[in-house]
Design a binder for this molecule. Structure first.
Ligand code: ADP
Ligand code: NI
Length: 218
């Protein structure tokens, strides 16, 4: 099987599996991460496109949050799929490693992606939680999980920990402070940093407007 065929079959597999997903990990999230990873990889140069494209498509194949906290569910599912395609072991273990290390846990837990391919997919994934799309995903997730749009009586928890985030039912807007506004400083690649700066500013402007409108200003 050629590299192109392996990527194509993986895209078809993920598209089928996630078309109807409403957890924030629908097919179009994987699609955007895949496209943005390719864009960043072209700017950064030197990435192994097979590893990078497979990891972009498979990075959310079995999120631990929806598998009883099992951190190995994702890497295992990615390996199983790639073995069924007879992809070589070196590529499989690299993709598996990226899937294992990519998920954002909390502002106090830093991700550790050592390879260029992992760093590219990481940046593309986090960029998809920022900007206009990030804002749309945040409120969709909030609604699906029964959260208020905003609650001014809840404190902004800038130093949120993973444990606290699991325990508390804060408003959707709080998620900006738990996660979205931290992402700019977690980018690895130069291209990722540039896109993040733009998307960060867009979210700051959004929040400024949001609070103005909240208090009846026109
Ligand atoms: P990642 O792929 O980085 O691990 P998540 O699975 O944590 O991302 O989140 C998927 C999407 O849902 C993201 O856009 C994220 O911002 C959003 N999301 C996650 N948790 C919350 C929350 N508590 N409130 C609002 N949106 C959330
Ligand atoms: Ni993702």
């Amino acid at each position: 099987m050629t590299n192109q065929e392996a990527v194509g079959k993986t895209a078809d597999f993920i598209k089928k599996k996630f078309t109807a997903d409403t957890t924030g990990h629908d097919w179009w999230h994987m699609y955007r991460v895949w496209q943005l990873s390719k864009y960043i990889a072209k700017k950064e140069k030197g990435a192994d496109f097979l590893v990078m494209e497979l990891a972009a498509l498979l990075h959310d194949i079995a999120d631990f949050k929806f598998h009883g906290g099992d951190l190995e569910a994702g890497p295992k599912a990615a390996r199983k799929w790639l073995q069924s395609l007879k992809v070589d072991e070196k590529t499989i273990s690299h993709v598996e490693d990226i899937v294992r290390n990519i998920s954002f846990k909390s502002a106090d837990v830093k991700q550790n992606l050592q390879t260029l391919e992992g760093q590219i997919v990481h940046d593309a994934d986090k960029l998809d939680a920022m900007g206009a799309i990030g804002i749309a995903r945040l409120f969709t997730f909030g609604g699906a999980h029964g959260r208020l749009v905003y609650d001014p009586n809840q404190q902004h928890l800038g130093n949120y920990t993973y444990e606290l985030a699991k325990q508390q039912n804060t408003s959707a807007v709080h998620h900006f402070y738990e996660k979205l506004l931290h992402l700019k400083n977690r980018m690895y690649t130069k291209a990722g940093k540039q896109i993040a700066a733009h998307r960060h500013k867009y979210m700051e402007d959004f929040l400024q407007e949001f609070y103005k409108e909240w208090d009846g200003e026109r």
